[in-house]
Design a protein around this ligand. Structure first.
Ligand SMILES: [Zn+2]
Length: 432
């Protein structure tokens, strides 16, 4: 879990924090697992990072030692630690350090050996194994090459999963949340949360959205694990990609598109979208559709309009860019808009470079309220933790000020909410 310092919220906000906060877009298992890794986001140098990993290795019997959130660019040496230093610090324990942006990792020799990566290993599609002049891997693995090592890190067992979930729940509760929506629920998540509930350890209400292909099996098992405050809520689908990779699907071309992807990349056809909505509806459940670009948002609204599902509660997740013409369709079709304004604090440079012509359509929260959405009921705030941190003040900052607390450009300031309206988007009325 990493947070650029630029995203740190600047009090003072006048409004006091309401009770009954809802985190409407989280990944509980990933958050808990991430919290079990060694946090390196505030490491002062590569040497400091290695010392932290070595300390963790001494304190924990686990096999792999994993550090996350590293920012070599911010270290005085502006470089990854040399392989010899990494090996000296961690010895025979396989160890990796992941870059904060998830696009690179450094593996020690033991980790490279576990993954069978040697001078003879070719670069995988979409990835690079960095090498010395003589061809030996340096330990730095870029993009898809990182999977070569990650795929050898063992999945947590049931005990470890519950430990991770306890940590994630305690963390969210400490921020004032009493309800959380999990937007990519693994089929094992409901049963594990039920065990925590039955042991009196589930202190939050949790609503689960498994991936659409998992929905039939999860729905069939739900009567066995649903509890008061723990329920299956819908099916997650992906209509497009992400802004940072320029795969969010846009109505207008990017200023700096990825090769061959002028307007990004739809992940589902209109037929796929309608079929997914119909299949979930047949089980009495709504969909929650990841749609970041304005074309993806429109495609999901079109599909909902065509299917007219009977299950209430269809949601669009992220909705970072929304065309004027589509704003009134949310309320008209009964679609909830689930946004994470905090991402604005991280994405300002990417938005300015990629979509200078569409900045006025970024998170049009004022328009959505004007078109009939209700804060906390049909306009929901969340964070997408652990992609970014879950502190609700980050989204309050973004929704109210439309800029970082450190200043800089304001994005679509006409779409700002009042502080009280912004907090209401975090508040739930029903619940445990
Ligand atoms: Zn997410």
């Amino acid at each position: 879990m990493t947070a650029p310092t630029a995203a740190s919220p600047a009090p003072p906000f006048g409004h006091s924090r309401p009770s009954r906060l809802r985190e409407a877009h989280a990944h509980l298992a990933a958050l808990g697992r991430e919290m079990a890794f060694v946090a390196l986001d505030d490491a002062s140098s590569g040497d400091d990072a290695l010392q932290r990993l070595a300390r963790h290795a001494r304190e924990t019997p686990d096999d792999w030692v994993i550090g996350v959130g590293a920012r070599p660019e911010a270290w005085p040496e502006r470089a990854w630690p040399p392989a010899a230093a990494f090996d000296a610090a961690l010895g025979a324990r396989p160890s990796i350090i992941r870059c904060f942006d998830h696009h690179a990792l450094l593996a020690n020799s033991a980790a490279l050996a576990r993954a069978h990566i040697s001078a003879r290993t070719p670069d995988p599609a979409g990835g690079v194994i960095a090498r010395t002049p003589s061809g030996e891997p340096t330990g730095l693995l870029l993009e898809h090459a990182a999977h070569l090592v990650w795929s050898h890190v063992p999945e947590p067992d049931s005990d470890a999963r519950r430990t991770h979930l306890r940590r994630a729940i305690a963390h969210l509760a400490s921020l004032g949340f009493t309800e959380v929506h999990d937007l990519l629920s693994q089929p094992w998540l409901g049963p594990e949360l039920a065990r925590l509930h039955d042991a009196g350890e589930l202190t939050l209400a949790v609503r689960l959205y498994p991936l659409a292909p998992d929905l039939p099996a999860v729905a069939a098992s739900a009567p066995g694990w649903q509890r008061p405050g723990l329920s299956l809520a819908g099916a997650k689908i992906f209509a497009d990609g992400t802004l940072n990779s320029r795969t969010a699907w846009m109505l207008h071309p990017y200023a700096d598109p990825a090769p061959g992807l002028e307007r990004g990349k739809p992940m589902m056809t209109p037929d796929d979208l309608r079929a997914a909505i119909s299949r979930a509806d047949a089980l009495g459940l709504p969909i929650a559709a990841h749609a970041i670009g304005d074309a993806a948002v429109r495609a999901v609204l079109d599909a909902i309009e065509a299917v007219r599902p009977r299950a209430r509660g269809a949601r669009i997740e992220h909705a970072e860019i929304i065309d004027e013409a589509d704003v009134p369709r949310f309320a008209a079709l009964g679609v909830t808009c689930s946004v994470q304004p905090c991402h604005l604090l991280y994405d300002i440079e990417a938005l300015t470079r990629a979509l200078p012509h569409r900045l006025h359509r970024v998170l049009p929260l004022r328009d959505l309220l004007g078109a009939g959405l209700t804060p906390g009921q049909t306009l929901l705030f969340g964070s997408d933790v652990p992609i970014v941190r879950a502190d609700p003040l980050d989204s309050i900052q973004a929704a109210v000020r439309r800029a970082r607390s450190s200043g800089g450009p304001r994005i679509a300031p006409a779409q700002a909410l009042s502080e009280s309206e912004a907090w209401q988007c975090f508040v739930h009325s029903d619940g445990p």
